[in-house]
Design a protein around this ligand. Structure first.
Ligand code: GDP
Ligand code: MG
Length: 347
């Protein structure tokens, strides 16, 4: 069993059958490409995606209070801590937020809004980072390598990125570098057809480095703006996987010296704390430059972004909000916190 099997966990099943995280080579849902223009604004999408987490934060915290307010004592702080932990933010951050509330309000009778404001402020401090879209190469194609465990959402995220670049009028070439599973190549091909972008592939069992090389060469030849390369999420051992990624790096940089310009790690928001610890080592070894946090929609565990910001030195660049091509947002800390604590929309 490879090390990466350890951080595979059956994700929660969000409503509507979305997010079967471990379904190998899941087919893109029909109509995905028509979703190029989001029906609701990005903030609205973020807010709906985070709704379950917001419910835990707002509703459960509200339930701690009586109408006349509540005394902040050890019992209250323990209850608050338990609610925070439910969002998957981790015991460390939950403990810090609890201590901050203790420091601000202990022995006082307070109302929900006072406590929520402090919680929100503390979360905002942890998440703070400048918005970090993809760094485009000064000239020539920008090469983006996408890595992560099987089922984390790599291929879907690649489709979302391709869709995003395409709507910006950029020319995109995809490289089907997950040659380990035939279904993975098929899945990316379906997306490429839907989005109208070029794809470079070989059959199953082909050399991923050769695919990466050919994809970058094609991007250079056809003067594409962006080349996005898919990779295998699991080989027999972690050493094999690392060697393969190194080889991919090597062949790409022979064609474009500073490529890959970005190596994005896809993390599944529903995979749990254990998955994060495992992914940390991987992120460093694979020289990742940023994170795409997928499957935030429908999960009550949106708080997982907090330990991600704390533990990883690299920034969260995008969040995945669904299975369609348009379901991707650039991560913005302020917007995220606003969505996380949003009041429920009026009925
Ligand atoms: P890969 O093995 O890492 O390439 O993962 P896939 O891209 O094939 O995704 C695995 C499953 O997760 C598929 O069923 C996707 O539709 C689903 N998925 C990916 N991203 C998201 C997301 O942001 N939200 C939801 N709900 N599902 C997602
Ligand atoms: Mg895939």
């Amino acid at each position: 069993m490879g090390v990466f099997d350890l951080f595979k966990k059956k994700p929660e099943q969000p409503p509507g059958g979305a997010g079967q995280g471990s379904a190998p080579g899941a087919e893109p849902k029909a109509g995905a490409a028509d979703a190029a223009a989001p029906k609701q604004g990005l903030f609205g999408m973020l807010r709906s995606a985070l709704k379950k987490t917001t419910d835990v934060l707002n509703t459960d915290i509200r339930d701690l209070f009586k109408r006349e307010g509540r005394l902040v004592d050890d019992e209250f702080l323990a209850e608050l801590f338990a609610i925070l932990v439910k969002t998957d933010m981790g015991a460390g951050p939950a403990g810090r937020i609890r201590d901050r509330i203790g420091a601000d309000f202990r022995a006082r009778v307070v109302h929900m809004q006072d406590v929520l404001a402090s919680v929100k402020d503390e979360v905002r401090k942890i998440l703070q980072q400048p918005e970090q879209p993809i760094q485009l190469a000064a000239s020539g194609p920008t090469v983006v390598l996408v890595v992560g465990v099987n089922g984390s959402g790599k291929t879907t995220s690649i489709a979302k990125l391709a869709n995003r670049f395409r709507t910006e009028g950029k020319k995109v070439v995809l490289g089907a570098g997950d040659t380990f599973r035939a279904a993975a190549v098929e899945q990316l091909t379906i997306w490429a057809d839907r989005l109208g972008v070029e794809i470079v592939k070989t059959g199953q069992g082909g050399d991923p480095a050769a695919v990466a090389h050919k994809a970058v060469a094609t991007a250079l030849e056809s003067q594409a703006d962006v080349c996005i390369i898919d990779t295998a999420g699991r080989l027999q051992t972690q050493t094999n996987l690392m060697q393969q990624l190194e080889k991919v790096h090597r062949v790409i940089s022979k064609l474009i010296p500073d490529a890959p310009h970005e190596t994005l790690l896809v993390l599944d928001a529903t995979a749990g704390q254990n998955a994060l610890s495992q992914a940390q080592g991987f992120s460093t070894a694979a020289k990742c430059t940023g994170i795409i946090l997928s499957k935030l929609d429908g999960s009550a565990k949106g708080g997982v972004i907090i330990p991600i910001r704390e533990r990883f030195a690299i920034p969260v660049k995008f969040v995945g909000l669904g299975e369609q091509a348009a379901d991707l947002a650039v991560f913005n800390a302020d917007e995220f916190v606003e969505a996380l604590f949003a009041e429920p929309p009026p009925k």
